[in-house]
Design a protein around this ligand. Sequence first.
Ligand SMILES: [Fe+2]
Length: 183
Amino acid sequence: MPQSASASPHAPAPERPHTGGPTAAELLAFALRTAADPGIVDSLPLDPEGRTWIRLDGPGGSEAWLIGWPPGTGTGWHDHAESRGAFATARGRLTEHALAVRLPSQGWRSLELAPGHDRTRTLAEGAGRAFGEHHVHEVLNASTEEHAVSVHAYYPPLPLIRRYSRSGPVLTLEHVERPVDWQ
Ligand SMILES: [Fe+2]
């Protein structure tokens, strides 16, 4: 299990209206700016055995996290429901496996992806990316030696995360996590 440096990485956030709020580009600008701030990045305790995290003040009511990734750790496949978001690498290097196709958010348990929708990108220190709602991905530190640290921001604050297993082209919904599960 991940080791917590503060609370859960997805602790409940106060209710906020889902209209307006920061754009994905603004969330990315925040993530990049914060990832370049050693005073914040170096405040994160690192644990060789598991991920660590600190909640940050995201812009415009967004949910933001500073996360440490020991070598070989990752998130598994998941989405962020109706939240848009961004993340940026502050230390080390992260790999993202993502689907370049929007999936139906409800009404299915398992689906087979057609070929050609998988994307992999590597985000070195100082690099980031933004994503829209229903983005499906997994993020991992593929390094065998180097810890990674990254900054993440979401708006609206995550109402839930859907977790999937992946077997070749088949994606299966395993469970839905809600803020009450993260306390
Ligand atoms: Fe994610």
